[in-house]
Design a protein around this ligand. Sequence first.
Ligand code: NAD
Length: 236
Amino acid sequence: MGAITSARELISSARRIATFSGAGLSAESGIPTFRDALTGHWARYDPAELASPEGFARNPELIIEWYNDRRRTLASSTPNAAHQAMADRTGLLHVTQNVDHLLERAGAEQVLHLHGRIDSDRCHRSCGYSESIDISDPPGLRPCPQCGAQLRPAVVWFGEPLPEEVWNSSVEAVEAADLLIVIGTSGVVFPAAGLIDQARRGSAAVIVVNAEPIRTISDITIIGSAAEIVPQLLSA
Ligand code: NAD
């Protein structure tokens, strides 16, 4: 039996399915993965510099300009066939590391964003202020209207803790699932990637769909493009 047929069987017999996705899910929408994002003008920077509180402290204008570049790219992107298939299959709970909102734009209802969302800014001093922004015309560096500290993208940077409530809900979701479908993630960014082991400990089966092999232990691994494979797995 082929891997796709076996995966479809696992999916049709599962009662609670969760997905865990990363940048590879959005690659075919034209959103670069972390590795590919650092091309062109940005190739000379280190991601740890661009996506870290230390980098923001050193050069806030540069960091905001990098995010605004990514925001404009996202504004002109659309969900791909993988997002659409995930949204169309009702009852799935999606845990994503992606800071884009392409799953929601495809119509997905239950999406947990472990690393925040790029379409909002928040106060860097954490006074509680946040606002959604127009990603097609994002504003530059500016002060928090509530406390005067700087505003920054409402995403989780290297070295920062994950939002506690979202993390707890994600752990609950993968522990309650009997099947976890892992899509487009290298599985090396922790603690997020730890959810795959957590799902296995909760005795879920694991299907991986990724462009290259990843280290995670899985029941079925399908190497290929998300937009090609995921619709084949989730269509009725
Ligand atoms: P990653 O870049 O580490 O890994 C992406 C994986 O996807 C790679 O293993 C790659 O082989 C695979 N891939 C690439 N194109 C694919 C395709 N078309 N179909 C299937 N697989 C494909 O990304 P990550 O695991 O998400 O972790 C990196 C961090 O970067 C995360 O914290 C995430 O928040 C952040 N990030 C998010 C976005 C986004 O929101 N779209 C984009 C870039 C980075």
